[in-house]
Every structure is written in C-alpha cells, then in structure tokens.
Design a protein around this ligand. Structure first.
Ligand SMILES: [Zn+2]
Length: 275
C-alpha cells in the first residue's frame, strides 16, 4: 500500500476523536474536513495517533476502520504536543533558528503584507523584534491583525532571518495578557451643529460641511474605540501546528517526571523471543 492513499475511514476517525477527546489530539481538522492522523505523502506509515497514555491511543486505534492490512504497531513516548522546543527568552538573546517565547508589548500597529500575512513589532525592554503570523494560521493571523501598540502579549515561535538581516519571529502561539486602550485620531465635531468637520489642509484647521463653521486652530481629537479581540491563548488550526506545539486540548493535561516502563500492550506482533 506504500505510495497509495491510506484506506482509513474518515467517519471512524471522527467517531474516535469524539469518543477519546481530550485524551487524544490533532486527529481531525473540522474546518477543512481532513484526517490528520495519516501521512500526506508517499509514506510507509499507516497512521499515528497522538494521546495522553498508551492505553488511550491503543483504544483509539482499535476504534478505527482500516481497509488495508496492518503489519505492525508500536506505541512511542514522545515530546510531540509538549512545547518542549520553547523557552522564555529576551529579544536581545534571539538568533536565527532559535525557538522562543517572548513576553512584551506590541510596539507598532500590525500591518498586512502580500499573501495575508500579518506583521507587528514586539518590544520587551531588551530589544524589538518583528513578529509574523502567517495566513495559513487562520484565526491566529486574524487575531494578530487586531493587536494594538501597548498590548501585553506572549508570543512563541521560531526565529528566522528576514529581509535586510532583521530577525523575525514566526508566531506559532499568541497569548494576549492585557489589552491596551485603543484611541484613534478623528476630525472634531462642529461646535455649532454637531456634524463632524472636514480638514482644510495640513495644519489649516477644520470646517463644517453642513453649516460652514470654520476653526483654523482646531486639531484632531483622540476617540477611544472598542477592541475587537479578547485576552486569551490563540493557536493556528491543528493542520498548521508543528509536531512539538502543544495544542489547546492538552492544556491542563501536562505530565511531569518519568512514567517508567509502559504497562500493558505497547507493540504488536511480539517478536518470537518475547512470545
Ligand atoms: Zn456645523
């Protein structure tokens, strides 16, 4: 079956996901209606299920309808879905290829570049770095586009060298800790009739289009606008998550220390010497 599409029933993957959540994760992408446990390329692997314990991944595996011969299976203990690659860093410590978590303040309004990617600057007192949320990250890029200077955030991801030798942090995770108040400069209202006035040119004041009132000394006024984003943790959809990224479903299920040798079945078939 190598090089052919995997014969794993989509319906059974969804049923398995529903029956075993949150103890298994990244089985299925509900947005794109796509199986995530099977390899996409010409891979000799049938499938891989990620979960919290040997018993739950075996139970999940046995719920699947697989229309091709299964030669063998084994349960691995891995660091997938643990954020093991991420550590808190200061901006001034960043180097290309370094994964990092940076806590700091958004220091520029986000801009959208070609392809729908969102870039904003982050400052932590030790330096400033460009942060990029890429379009395939879906909601994450949308949320990043709604950030505003002064927002306190934690951004996690890998660092790469951008154009002009600038370091860019590819946003894999965004935690909004505290939102700043957002005010934008707007034309003042007319004191005579209440209509919003129009500019008469740079530093030439404003005039009212309705009643004709002019004020050469008037300035723009700051108006507070509501924020369209809430504090919280934002991740890309499972299909765009890296293997090591801890998915939302795993928060609160973290395990520490060494669990010792596995109990129960963890591979099949048993080699003759162990039979
Ligand atoms: Zn007026």
């Amino acid at each position: 079956m190598r090089g052919k599409p995997r014969a794993v029933s989509e319906e059974s993957v969804i049923k398995m996901d529903e029956a075993t959540r949150p103890l298994t994760f990244n089985n299925y992408d509900y947005e794109e209606e796509r199986i995530l446990i099977t390899p996409r390329g010409p891979d000799p692997v049938l499938l891989g299920i990620r979960g919290e314990s040997p018993s739950i991944v075996l139970k999940a595996f046995r719920m699947l309808e697989v229309g091709e011969p299964i030669e063998r299976w084994v349960i691995f203990r891995t660091n997938q879905g643990t954020d093991a690659h991420l550590a808190h860093r200061l901006v001034r410590e960043l180097k290309p290829h370094m994964p990092a978590i940076i806590r700091g303040y958004v220091s520029s309004p986000p801009t959208m570049i070609h392809g729908g990617h969102v870039i904003f600057r982050l400052s932590d007192g030790s330096g400033e770095v460009d942060c990029a949320a890429y379009w395939p990250s879906g909601r994450l890029a949308k949320v990043a586009s709604l950030l505003w200077p002064g927002d306190l955030v934690e951004v996690a991801g890998g660092v790469k060298l951008g154009p002009g030798g600038r370091l860019t942090l590819n946003v894999e995770k965004l935690r909004i800790i505290k939102l700043a108040r957002k005010a934008i400069a707007m034309n003042p209202h007319c004191p005579a009739c209440g209509k919003r006035m129009k500019s008469m040119g740079a530093n030439k004041g404003f005039r009212c289009p309705k009643c004709g009132f002019r004020d050469p000394g008037a300035r723009k006024v700051l108006v507070e606008v509501p924020r369209e984003v809430k504090p919280g943790l934002y991740l890309p959809p499972p299909r765009s998550q890296r293997h090591l990224t801890k998915p939302l479903r795993r928060y609160g299920l973290e395990k520490y220390g060494c669990p010792g040798p596995p109990k129960g079945e963890w591979f099949w078939p048993r080699p003759p010497t162990l039979a």
